[in-house]
Design a protein around this ligand. Structure first.
Ligand SMILES: [Zn+2]
Length: 417
């Protein structure tokens, strides 16, 4: 493994609002304007090539020159990333679109794409020497942070809204995290976690480690490009909660272009939100540059129930800059989308995946996605964590006595077969 020189590839942290630059240290907000900071790389000094990447292990750390870690010995790797890009012929036929791919991030170690930012953030937390870590989460990040903290041997504190899906909470607890269930919304949990980060000097991955944390997510688009033969797709549909994933994908495309790992791109970014929490879609449709927070999100897609999206304004800008779109889906459409994906392609997604598929269907029907276009859908989390949504399906379970006659009788009655 080639060792990176200290500070070799990370140039600075740059304020996304005023542009002021800082050394890449343990800070996350601009001292001048309180704007969020992002990692800037010394692109000229980065020596990375397609053949070298292709020989590396199949995790997101194959792109380590574009990840913000200085000491490779600090990598905490459960194997996140390099998930399948599945060509979906059956679903494409059903929806009548030419070329359709699912980027299947349900198969990450803890069942969601959040393993990507978590592996980077926990590695960086080790590098910074935090004695404890944690996160504010709508569920998926809780498990991802807890699992990587377990592997790193760090205590972990997870702040969640108390109505978070049970499966997600219990999973995080199994990894040994302390669960703080906040009687309020995600935004309340987030505020409390921010105070803990400040008062206790904990590494809260999506708050005070955020500039580094968000870098993990862009690897999803690095992989999409590599898996398409080192080129960018025409459209990517992305489920949107905070907007961080969408922004990371946009940043990732630009970095790959800058390093000439792809020959430019004309990719439209399509943001997908649940109707019950769709502040970014609303701003897009109203042609507004401001995002108006949703005070009480109400949707079955709880992983996207972020009423005041931290990266909302930037996500909106990226969508517009790409010539893309934003669309929402109702709860009913979301469930239909989850079923459709499972039944045609064998991929069992959480409601956020249903949002993506429902929006894909809507935009094909409206003609906003042409029938001869190519689309990649990001499916970011597993359905195993949201089983309660399918409890009604229990009605379709047929009980038989443990003998063949009982089965035959049922068959004769038209019950099965
Ligand atoms: Zn600033």
């Amino acid at each position: 493994m080639k060792t990176l020189k200290k500070n070799g590839h990370i140039k600075a942290l740059k304020c996304r609002e005023c542009g002021r630059e800082y050394p890449p240290a343990k800070i996350h907000a601009c001292e001048e304007c309180f704007g969020p900071l992002e990692v800037i790389y010394n692109i000229d000094s980065i020596n990375i090539s397609k053949p070298v990447i292709e020989t590396r292990s199949k995790t997101l750390w194959r792109y380590r020159e574009l990840l913000p870690l200085e000491d490779e010995k600090k990598i905490v790797d459960l194997g996140a990333g390099f998930t399948p890009l599945q060509e979906c012929k059956r679903l494409a036929e059903t929806l009548r679109v030419k070329k359709l791919y699912i980027k299947n991030d349900t198969v990450n170690p803890t069942g969601s794409f959040k393993d990507r930012p978590a592996t980077v953030a926990i590695s960086k937390s080790l590098e910074f020497g935090f004695r404890a870590v944690g996160c504010a989460s709508t569920g998926n990040l809780a498990a991802a942070t807890a699992a990587h903290a377990a592997l790193a041997g760090l205590p972990c504190y997870v702040f969640i809204p108390s109505n978070t899906e049970r499966g997600k909470v219990l999973q995080a607890a199994a990894y040994g995290a302390k669960i703080v269930a906040v009687k309020g919304t995600y935004d309340d949990a987030n505020r409390l976690a921010a105070q803990a980060a400040y008062e206790f000097d904990w590494g809260i991955v999506n708050i005070n480690v955020r500039p580094y944390y968000v870098e993990g997510s862009k690897t999803i688009v690095f992989e999409i490009c590599e898996q398409l033969g080192w080129r960018a797709p025409e459209n990517i549909i992305i489920p949107v909660g905070s907007g961080a994933l969408l922004c990371a994908i946009w940043r990732g495309l630009k970095q790959f272009r800058e390093l000439e790992l792809i020959n430019g791109f004309k990719t439209r970014l399509i943001g997908a939100q649940p109707e019950g929490c769709s502040p970014i879609v609303k701003a897009f449709k109203d042609n507004s540059e401001d995002i108006f927070p949703v005070e009480k999100p109400e949707t079955i897609a709880r992983s996207l129930a972020i009423g005041d999206p931290g990266d909302g304004v930037y996500a909106l800008r990226a969508i517009k800059e790409s010539g893309g779109l934003a669309e929402y889906a109702t709860d009913e459409e979301i469930i239909e989308g989850m079923r459709l994906l499972a039944k045609t392609e064998g991929i069992f997604a959480e409601p956020a995946g249903g949002v993506t598929i429902a929006v894909l269907k809507k935009l094909i029907e409206s003609g906003d996605i042409g029938k001869d276009e190519e689309v990649v859908c990001c499916i970011t989390g597993s359905g195993f964590k949201s089983l309660e949504i399918f409890s009604a399906d229990a009605a379709s379970i047929i009980e038989v006595e443990p003998n063949f006659n009982s089965l035959k009788n049922l068959a004769r009655l038209g019950g099965v077969m």
